[in-house]
Design a protein around this ligand. Structure first.
Ligand SMILES: [Zn+2]
Length: 665
């Protein structure tokens, strides 16, 4: 096995503000197939750019005004006497990449206030952040200042800031902080102040390995081993799997964030058990706590995957980041399919279209978003599923921002063979150095994930470059049985599902490669035998009309100033009969709409509809704001009403929906 890889390509100044390297692993870390591109090398386009602009105009761009008491100027990370814990860094972990992706000066300035504060207040002994605990004030976390956990988020921020700017203070401050950790962890281990860091330390390890690859400082690997040894044994837990059958055994966000730990550590351990552990976990999750969005029932502890249980926004954010890291490290396309499942189903629906409010928990079968009791372990006075800045618990208000910007950063990687890899699809443009120091541009035009046509056009930064030899890697999703790749000369390839296609050739300016990924309808079986309908990367859900109304909260209620409640008068108690679905090719009719520039993740903008024959399940009635109990799978009987045609739209376009349907034999 090759354990040598350090490929350094100096990116030209034209690509970004500073010289950047594509950082592959340095010996003795495991060699990896792909490396991150510098922040800003991939620019969002089409609907994805629209999504990021909504974030800019919504909470991401304005959280310091909307939530000034926590992330405003008095935050202790900025030198104030306010919040000292995770929420400030959480916000900047998403704000900073958004600012650079949109080249937005105002947002960059907001993010740099935080990076400057962290860099300039770093102590001589390497410690970063505030170390003074202060008395309790409602709504703030002013104690546990020295906890290792929130600092892990700050490390992620500094790494991204360096990627965008090349500021040489970053490696210096990080090296000093890691020396501080090496000196103090033996006496004050990861779990000394709180247990969160023992589950979430893969973020600590990720930045240590990145800095090791930059500097070659040997003590960093000793520190990584120490941190791993002080962390929860996730490889052991995922391999045994019994925790997934035990309700309340894991915190939902810890599972998402810890999901990558075995593979991150595998780079140093070289133990195949670590590499396999997330695969074991995902197989256990699929048949226990799993939801069709790729996430799990966890409100906040995990439960068997009942579609009425909650799924926290932070779980989506953290699981996406975990999947992105695992995908880059392993190149295993299973994780790209999984990433799209979370990004294109769970993520779009948990914030409002204007990105001015979010849910703490989403339900898979969600017939109302109202302030009332739900079957969750943590209830927060009934505010968990309404859309608001601060309903439920406010971690998500700050941690929701990293999900979309980091997805953009993982649409393309530098490949170890000197090329580029597109493993996750969305409209964008990438600029990177390839082959023998050629600065290439690849435009990716597509309406994916709603449509399976993806068109890549090659160009070069320098006018005098007419062609260059380099490989491009593409993913064929596991759901796609009839993929076709059309090369610039018109010839075609027919790769298998789940395959990486590597096209190694001389590319001329203007060359076009087209990927055709036909999407077929598939059905799958979930909680208690419930039926789920999928097409390509998207899960489909019953379309219901939505009535949005704003409700003001009294100040003493403690869940922010207001919420949006969503109700509907659409019938929702539909199920399917097995015999109606016996011939899927005729059971469903699909209507697609082209990309007309409107916001696709909305009820009115939904680009795909599936029509099918369903039946009313007469006894399935609402219980408060929740769908009541039902046998998801049983013999057809007296509970079946008349057959009707129903319209399904992508789950990510819905707010109210049924996505797990009763099935009648
Ligand atoms: Zn949260």
């Amino acid at each position: 096995m090759k354990k040598w890889l350090l490929l350094l390509f100096l990116a030209p100044a034209a690509l970004c503000a500073s010289a950047q390297d594509y950082v592959f692993n340095r010996y003795p870390l495991e060699s990896v197939p792909y490396a991150e591109l510098p922040l800003g090398a991939i620019r969002p386009d089409g609907w994805l750019r629209g999504q990021l602009e909504r974030m800019r105009d919504g909470l991401t761009g304005h959280l310091d005004e909307v939530y000034a008491e926590v992330v405003g100027d008095d935050n202790a990370w900025l030198g104030g006497e306010g919040d000292t814990w995770e929420r400030g860094p959480y916000w900047v972990d998403g704000l900073l990449p958004l600012a650079y992706l949109l080249d937005d000066e105002e947002l960059v300035a907001k993010a740099l206030k935080w990076t400057e504060a962290i860099l300039t207040t770093a102590r001589e002994d390497g410690y970063i952040g505030n170390s003074v605990d202060r008395p309790y004030v409602r709504g703030l976390q002013r104690n546990l200042s020295e906890d290792w956990w929130p600092k892990m988020v700050a490390l992620k921020i500094l790494k991204q800031y360096y990627s965008a700017t090349g500021d040489s203070r970053v490696p210096r401050v990080l090296l000093a902080y890691f020396r501080y950790q090496a000196a103090h962890l033996p006496e004050h281990p990861l779990g000394h102040w709180s247990f969160w860091g023992t589950w979430r330390s893969s973020d600590n390890l990720g930045v240590i390995y990145w800095l090791y690859n930059l500097t070659g400082e040997a003590f960093l690997l000793d520190l990584a081993r120490l941190i791993h040894d002080q962390s929860v044994d996730l490889t052991g837990m995922f391999t045994a799997g019994d925790v997934f059958r035990r309700p309340y055994s894991i915190h939902c966000v810890n599972l998402g964030q810890g999901f990558k730990m075995p593979v991150v550590w595998w780079q140093q351990s070289h133990d195949s058990r670590d590499l396999d552990a997330p695969k074991r976990a995902s197989a256990f999750i699929r048949t226990t706590i799993g939801l069709p969005t790729g996430l799990w029932a966890g409100d906040e502890p995990i439960h068997l995957g009942d579609p009425l249980r909650g799924s926290e926004f932070c779980t989506a954010s953290e699981m996406m980041y975990s999947l992105e890291e695992i995908l880059r490290i392993t190149g295993d396309l299973t994780w790209a399919d999984y990433l799209e499942r979370v990004a294109y189903n769970a993520l779009p629906t948990q914030a409002t279209d204007a990105f001015d409010a979010r849910q703490y928990f989403q339900q898979t079968n969600q017939i109302a978003c109202t302030v009332e009791p739900h079957p969750f372990m943590t209830d927060h006075s009934g505010t968990d599923v309404v859309f608001s800045p601060l309903g439920g618990y406010p971690c998500c208000t700050c941690n929701m921002h990293q999900a979309w910007p980091k997805l953009v950063g993982n649409l393309w990687y530098a490949s170890a063979d000197g090329g580029l890899a597109a493993l996750v699809y969305a409209p964008c443009e990438v600029r990177a150095r390839v082959g023998e120091s050629v600065d290439a541009i690849v435009r990716e035009e597509t309406f994916y994930p709603f449509d399976g046509q993806v068109r890549f056009t090659v160009d070069f930064e320098k006018k005098k470059v007419k062609s260059a030899f380099f490989p491009l890697h593409f993913r064929i999703p596991s759901w796609c049985k009839a993929a076709e790749v059309t090369l610039p000369d018109g010839s075609t390839l027919h790769p298998k599902a789940g395959e990486t296609v590597r096209v190694n050739r001389r590319w001329a300016k203007g060359d076009v490669l087209t990927l055709s990924l036909p999407m077929e309808i598939a059905t799958s079986s979930w909680f208690d035998g419930a039926l789920v309908i999928e097409r390509g990367p998207l899960v489909y859900a019953l379309k219901m009309n939505e009535k949005w109304s704003r409700k003001e909260f009294p100040k003493e209620f403690g869940y922010g100033p207001f919420c949006y409640e969503v109700t509907s008068d659409s019938p929702w108690n539909f199920g399917f009969r097995q015999r109606d679905l016996a011939h899927p090719e005729t059971a469903f009719s699909v209507v697609t709409r082209p990309d007309d520039g409107s916001y696709p993740w909305s009820l009115e903008g939904a680009p795909v509809s599936i029509f099918a024959k369903a039946v009313r399940i007469e006894g399935w009635q609402a219980a408060g704001g929740n769908a009541g109990p039902v046998a998801y799978f049983k013999e057809s009987g007296s509970d079946i009403g008349p057959s009707e045609t129903v319209e399904l739209i992508p789950y990510g376009c819905t707010t109210l929906r049924i996505a797990e349907f009763p099935l009648r034999r």
